[in-house]
Write a protein that binds this ligand. Structure first.
Ligand SMILES: [Zn+2]
Length: 218
């Protein structure tokens, strides 16, 4: 699950109480932003093992602060409180907190058992990454289905709306294609973590452009 994580953000930001789209994108990937940052800093760890799952080689053996349910809830609470402080909107803050936790729930669908409730076993994960014939269409369907919902619920207010939307769709397609079909390695390198963080940043930028050129329909 990579671009599928944005689905709850597209749904939430298509509603009146929802956060700005860029904030939804930050919230739904907050846990991965933290994970790859922590991996860069040596706080959390992963290995790459050939054939770890049918979809990727990730062996995510140490991520107690980001990918435990308690950890996800703490990140959600933190981002929710920041949202409340800045926007002074309780409904929006609650939605942002829920979006952060949605990441863990979607990961639960696809990860092999490597997620935890509080940083130690039992290890949880339904393993859809091992059924790519099901996971890939499902991820595409929820991502672009929810984006279509967002588009229907909003209207363009700038002539840059279409180019911004095109950029977002292109980024989602390219980054997911790299994730699915890019060259595989068993070496863990800082470059991978940097590339992941770069991809998340580029999607946040594109969602900011889309959000700035559209508004909720009256
Ligand atoms: Zn994740």
């Amino acid at each position: 699950m990579f671009i599928g994580h944005y689905a709850p953000a597209f749904l939430a930001s298509g509603t009146r109480q929802g956060p700005p789209l860029w904030l939804g994108a930050v919230a739904t990937q907050a846990i991965d932003l933290a994970f790859f940052s922590f991996a860069l800093m040596g706080i959390e760890h992963y290995r790459l093992i050939a054939g770890a799952t049918a979809s990727n080689w990730l062996d995510l053996y140490d991520m107690p602060y980001t990918h435990s349910l308690v950890g996800a809830a703490c990140w959600g609470l933190a981002l929710g409180l920041v949202t409340l402080a800045v926007w002074r909107n309780r409904a929006m803050a609650a939605i942002v907190a829920a979006l952060v936790v949605s990441h863990w729930l979607l990961d639960l669908l696809v990860h092999r058992p490597d997620l935890t409730l509080a940083g130690r076993p039992p290890l949880l994960g339904l393993g859809l990454w091992n059924a790519p014939w099901l996971e890939k269409p499902l991820e595409l369907a929820i991502t672009f289905g929810s984006l279509a919902f967002y588009i229907r619920r909003t209207q363009a207010i700038s002539r840059w709306a279409l180019p911004a939307l095109g950029l977002l769709i292109a980024e989602l397609a390219v980054f997911q294609a790299i994730d699915w079909f890019g060259a595989r390695t068993t070496r863990v390198e800082a470059g991978q973590q940097g590339l992941a963080l770069f991809a998340y940043a580029m999607v946040i930028l594109a969602t900011a452009l889309v959000g700035a050129t559209r508004r909720i329909r009256a």
